[in-house]
Design a protein around this ligand. Structure first.
Ligand code: FAD
Length: 457
């Protein structure tokens, strides 16, 4: 990195001269961030440890799709990328619940059934963002550069060690962030990583014999099984990617199915309708890796190192569990917030990074909690008649009080209302509902008492 004095000049000169920003990680957040920063006139070098994914083969069993919703789309829209990205997305208008036996149950996400979250290939999304970043003047992307040192910037490459310099470093290198690790090692930040007792494994539902989707592609499919679940999202090639979310240990766990016969037996008992749709079930189950799930909390998200300001963004700052489908959406929204605070600070990164954290931290904490709570909802509650009745009441209230009662799902997935405001608003709505319920019950009680009194007279 350049010297401290060079960095000191940056804030005051930010309007007139570009800052050289090193973005570590060319994943979803890093690639989009590069587009935002270069549009502001900064010189951006993105360092990525992997080979260029646009030319390399995909990794086996690593989440090939995700749900993109309004926050992510809003960020893409701001850099003119939403139309290009959404061309290949498949809208999912609700959840399709698969019980062990009995009828499928479709639960639409919005009252009019029109709103949808979008199943999108993670690889295609990343490639589109990389293409966009590479085509933006001021951005260069360097692959096969794994960050190993921060001060000075050092990368492991196939040709050996490479050194680099930059005015500002932003770690967009995911949940296991090396940039975060370096800051931790320098004693500049703290972190806690709470792993779930659950892991995930991907499986594939093949296209049907006629080459078409074997299930409804307009829904996110869920097999809620109490303490575990499976979900499936449609892919443009008419397959579905299924993700099992199972406990690591215990009798019905990712570790418990040893033989092909045990795998088949378990799936026939617990997910009977998908077994005929998964010709490679046993092979996929045995070969695909088990992924970890957890929540990363760290702070501060930025530090003034001797080499200059260093910040964290996306999963590197705040990885969350995937049960609200918000991790990438949240990382994209981070880019919007950082862009906004750069506006406010005249592109002084030393001032903008702490302001970014101040603006964003409460929101990220709110979605981290909502994501954890949604796991219980998805794996357990969605199948219960009480939950289904609750959803019907919620939709009735949304119809009766348009704009005044709005469900949490709607606010998280179909708006850009800050997550902490969503949390607070939903809490208030529930308090009012609770009070109305108590009044209604009280009214019923009073009515009952009056009737009883009348009878006694
Ligand atoms: C099973 C599952 C399902 C999910 N579903 C959804 C969903 O439906 N919707 C949603 O919004 N989110 C979803 N997410 C979350 C989403 O995948 C993440 O939030 C998102 O990928 C974070 O993007 P990122 O760019 O911050 O990090 P990453 O995608 O992890 O990218 C980090 C990049 O940094 C690179 N890197 C790492 N270390 C180094 C290093 N030392 N040097 C250089 N480069 C490095 C990596 O190779 C990678 O390219 C899901 C996550 C999981 C696990």
């Amino acid at each position: 990195m350049s010297s401290l004095s060079g960095r000191g000049l940056r804030g005051s000169q930010a309007h007139s001269s570009p800052t050289h920003v090193a973005v570590v990680g060319a994943g979803l957040t890093g690639s989009l961030l590069a587009c935002f920063l270069a549009r502001r006139g900064h010189q951006v070098t993105v360092y990525e440890r992997r080979p260029d994914p646009r030319t390399a083969a995909a990794e086996r069993g690593r989440s090939i799709n995700l749900a993109l919703s309004e926050r992510g789309i809003d960020a893409l829209r701001r850099v003119g990328l939403h139309e290009r990205v959404l061309v290949d997305a498949l809208p999912m208008h609700g959840r399709m619940i698969h019980p062990v036996d009995g009828e499928l149950d479709f639960q639409q996400y919005s009252i009019d059934g029109q709103r949808a979250i979008n199943s999108i290939s993670r690889g295609a999304l990343n490639n589109a963002l990389l293409d966009a970043a590479a085509a933006t003047p001021g951005v260069s992307i360097v692959f096969e550069h794994r960050l190993t040192g921060l001060d000075p910037l050092v990368f492991a490459t196939p040709a050996g060690e490479a050194k680099a310099s930059a005015d500002v470093v932003i770690g967009a290198d995911g949940a296991g962030s090396a940039v975060r690790g370096q800051l931790l090692g320098m004693g500049l930040i703290d972190e806690s990583v709470d792993f779930l007792d659950y892991g995930y494994k991907e499986l594939t539902i093949a296209a049907g014999p006629d080459g078409d989707f074997a299930m409804d592609p307009g829904a996110l499919h869920i097999w809620p099984r109490g303490t575990s679940m499976m979900i499936a999202l449609p892919n443009p090639d008419r397959t579905f990617t299924c993700t099992l979310f199972w406990p690591h240990g215990g009798t019905s766990s990712l570790a418990s199915l040893g033989s092909p016969a045990a795998i088949e037996r378990h799936f026939r008992a617990v997910y009977p309708d998908v077994v005929p749709l998964m010709p490679n079930l046993v092979e996929d189950y045995r070969l695909n890796p088990v992924g970890l799930l957890g929540t990363v909390r760290c702070g501060p998200w930025q530090a003034a190192t001797p080499g200059g300001p260093v910040g964290l963004i996306g999963d590197a700052a705040h990885a969350i569990v995937p049960f609200y489908g918000q991790g990438a959406n949240c990382g994209f929204e981070d880019c919007v917030v950082l862009d906004r605070v750069l506006d406010e600070t005249g592109d002084d990164f030393a001032a903008a990074l702490p302001l970014f954290e101040a603006r964003r931290r409460e929101d990220v904490e709110a979605i981290a909690t909502m994501a954890l709570n949604n796991f219980v909802e998805m794996r357990d509650k969605v199948a219960s008649p009480v939950f289904q009745l609750g959803k019907k009441i919620e939709h009735a209230l949304e119809r009766a009080l348009p704009g005044r009662y709005v469900s949490r799902y709607e606010l998280v997935s179909f708006s850009t209302t800050p997550y902490a405001q969503v949390r607070d608003r939903v809490r208030r709505q529930h308090q009012v509902l609770g009070a109305v319920g108590v009044l209604a019950l009280g009214g019923l009680g009073a009515l009952g008492a009056a009737v009883a009194k009348g009878r006694r007279r």
